[in-house]
Design a protein around this ligand. Sequence first.
Ligand SMILES: NC(=O)c1ccc[n+]([C@@H]2O[C@H](COP(=O)([O-])OP(=O)(O)OC[C@H]3O[C@@H](n4cnc5c(N)ncnc54)[C@H](O)[C@@H]3O)[C@@H](O)[C@H]2O)c1
Length: 362
Amino acid sequence: MNKLVHEDIQSIIRSIRTEAKTFEGKTILISGGCGFLGSYFVATFLELNKKVLKKPCKVIVMDNYITSAEENSIIDNTDPHFTLMTHDVRNQLPHKLKADYLIHAAGLASPFYYRKFPLETIEVAVNGTKNFLEFAKSKKVKSMLYFSSSEVYGDPNPNYIPTPEGYWGNVSAVGPRACYDESKRLGETLCMTYHQLYRIPVKIVRPFNVYGPGMKVHDYRVIPTFMVKALKGEALPVHDKGNQTRTFCYITDAIQGFLKVLASEKNGEIYNVGRPNEEINMVSLGNLVSSLVTQKPTVELIAYPASYPAGEPQRRCPDITKIQKELGFKPSVNLKTGLTRTLTWYRSILKTEPAHNEPTTA
Ligand SMILES: NC(=O)c1ccc[n+]([C@@H]2O[C@H](COP(=O)([O-])OP(=O)(O)OC[C@H]3O[C@@H](n4cnc5c(N)ncnc54)[C@H](O)[C@@H]3O)[C@@H](O)[C@H]2O)c1
């Protein structure tokens, strides 16, 4: 494993000391486990086996590789406690499978890909979630984590920024981003319905722009796009006027939050996971990334490309009071540190990662 990723995993393990024992001897099933967040989950559980757990946990990953690949530099797929299953979660889960903890992270997370695959995006969030809930019901699992998104808030009313979990959202049912936003919302509805009808121990997380090592070179979310272009000395493209803001959460902080939620005994709950500090607009983010590389590329304002879904939220910033108070979540990595670590990782892999799913319309 890459040294920097190894340090990240150690940092995650330190931050979940109390929760780690929950997973002793258990089986954890992760959908979308070859993706960015999924692969960090896998690496964390396998490292817990080596450092913390007396009885190792087993990790099963399900993926159809629509935006990833079987080979993944973060996952040691020779580990005896790891199993990789090629499975599209839009189809029922194999009945013979057993698991104690479910992490349903499969999804089309990048706007470029959900524009390209709108039906797959809807189906993984709706049919995929229903299949996981049915599995949770028949196997009586201990806990299930559903990956929703901060996109369920749409373009929030400025009075609701930072946005708390209780905000209902300002989302178009038919807009260019609806395949993602609305299907994630329906996924949440399914989770709550199964929780109410069958007491399924499900929890919902709404991540706010998680980033870090492990995001694919061809991911097309803003940070991978800036990093890859910056390292090649190319201009950093910013859509429209670049006033839209985001807050970014480094992967170690995010995984800490997700695992605290998964291990919690509070079911039928929703938690924002993010870092409200350092809300930044896209021009400033571009300038910050540029300042971290020797090439010092310029930031270039461009019109929304056809490959990118219009109608993006103007501001996005989480209120994390609930997860802080209830579960002791403490994000600690500031933006400059996180970006520097991510850049270091991209430098190390850029020459080796093969091109994958090149955009056709960007
Ligand atoms: N990273 C973030 O900042 C963020 C923010 C909000 C929500 N999320 C949600 O968190 C989850 C994980 O995000 P990520 O950043 O790791 O995304 P990612 O694109 O890196 O990984 C998603 C994985 O899901 C797999 N997948 C997609 N459809 C599938 C299907 N039908 N069956 C099996 N596997 C399938 C992909 O091949 C990929 O490996 C997603 O559901 C995403 O919508 C992430």
